[in-house]
Unconditional design. Structure first.
Length: 436
């Protein structure tokens, strides 16, 4: 372990160990299923357009509404996690996203399908922040970056299941059977959650924190937002996550099939490559950040730059279609977007005390989903306005990247200075407070 990693070890840290891994695995299995349900529309976009007789803008509304609910729920969910604990919030989330997936299976009208995706988004919103909180309660602080990246990796494994398994089920057994059958996974993880998950290890109960209605809510949100590390984390998440999210959630398959002339099978393989790249890069980024905190911003900025360059090269490549090698590079680079977005939490986490971790994580997590929602809508509108010109439509990516990059550069020095002050204070406390 490096000196940097040792420096963030604090008195009273949870011990970790096999029990922690087992409990955390139950929590992360809920997130795994939530991601399967969240991304299921990505492999069913063209089928959904046919089933509900809608165009590009209306199709994008499915994902936009789902992400709107998800993003809007982030701060309320963070507050709930801080107040109620992980287990209760995860249980509510499972019930909601399972009901949403089941409703989507039997939806026969566009309005019913929209309502089902909104319900799914509400339940999905309760999973990731809860899993992050579970990790901080069961593992030492020095393990937090790696544990968070592993959670993201498991989520991408859920995306892989959507791409490989659900897509085949959809075209094998049909819409209702595929979506309805997948909803059974929600029942399974709910049972695991109820019987085996605990909020924290014995002897590491959080200190009681008074909750006083609206005053408490305002205090939590204002205190979290005042920290430059929280705002920097949100903008890092905003800028890095959305290109891959938009590609996997809805527009990747239509882009590869309609704009690049690929078969659905080949397009599905490229979507799988994004997921596999994400899983590999996530392990690498997690190890690097856990050992070298100073690598956080270079990794995030490098990912944004690489994504912009490869997207630009793909869109302006001369000829009717980009060559396969360039599409492979694009999908490989997009795989780094998810792991880079997780770095946002590594800015917000040390900037906030334990009683605000849920709220700060909610603010951070909101960033990428607001960017994704905005880009999904912009691409759908531009496609309808330009007669399905994907080159023009995907230029929306660069606008959002430029906005996020400007905010990251504005906040980086302020956040770094504040973090140094907190690190010095924690070292002083470590010297004067005996270990438990």
């Amino acid at each position: 372990m490096s000196a940097e990693a040792r420096s963030v070890s604090l008195p009273g840290d949870p011990p970790g160990g096999r029990r922690a891994v087992a409990v955390w695995a139950v929590g992360v299995s809920v997130y795994f299923v939530a991601v399967i349900f969240r991304t299921s529309l990505g492999v069913a976009g063209l089928d959904a357009a046919d089933r509900f007789h809608v165009g590009a803008s209306a199709l994008s509304t499915f994902s936009i509404l789902q992400l709107l609910v998800y993003a809007g729920m982030q701060i309320p969910v963070g507050l709930l996690v801080d107040r109620l604990g992980t287990k209760k919030v995860l249980a509510i989330g499972v019930v909601l996203f399972t009901a949403g997936q089941l409703g989507f299976a039997f939806a026969s009208s566009y309005g019913t399908a929209l309502a089902s995706r909104a319900l799914l988004g509400c339940g999905d919103a309760m999973t990731f922040i809860s899993v992050l909180r579970l990790g901080t309660r069961w593992f030492p602080a020095r393990r937090s970056p790696l544990v968070a990246q592993l959670a993201g990796l498991v989520g991408m494994a859920g995306n892989l299941i959507s791409t490989l398994v659900l897509a085949r089920l959809l075209h094998g057994v049909g819409w209702t059977a595929a979506f309805g059958g997948s909803s059974l996974a929600g029942v399974v993880v709910l049972l695991l959650l109820l019987f085996f998950l605990k909020d924290h290890p014995e002897g590491h109960e959080p200190e009681p924190f008074p909750h006083h209605g609206a005053a408490y809510v305002r205090r939590q949100i204002v205190a979290s937002w005042k920290e430059p590390g929280t705002r920097l984390g949100m903008w890092v998440h905003f800028t890095t996550q959305f290109p891959a999210m938009v590609f996997l959630l809805l527009w990747g398959l239509p882009f590869l099939v309609q704009a690049q002339g690929l078969s659905r099978a080949t397009a599905g393989e490229l979507l799988t490559l994004v997921v596999l790249s994400n899983m590999v890069v996530g392990l690498v980024y997690g190890q690097i950040v856990a050992r070298h905190h100073t690598a956080r911003l270079p990794l995030a900025l490098g990912t944004v730059t690489a994504t912009a360059v490869v997207w630009a090269a793909t869109l302006v490549y001369p000829g009717a279609h980009a060559p396969m090698w360039l599409l492979i590079v694009l999908c490989t680079v997009l795989g780094a977007c998810g792991p880079a977005s997780m770095i946002g939490f590594d800015f917000a986490r040390p900037a906030n005390p334990p009683e605000r971790q849920g709220t700060a994580s909610g603010i951070t997590n909101m960033g990428g989903f607001v960017a994704s929602m905005t880009t999904l809508l912009a691409i759908g509108v531009l496609l309808d306005a330009t007669g399905d010109d994907y080159t023009v439509a995907f230029c929306a990516v660069f606008v959002l990247q430029a906005l996020g990059l400007s905010q990251i550069l504005r906040l980086r020095e302020q956040a770094a200075r504040r973090e140094r002050e907190r690190l010095v204070a924690s070292r002083v406390e470590t010297v004067h407070v005996p270990a438990a």
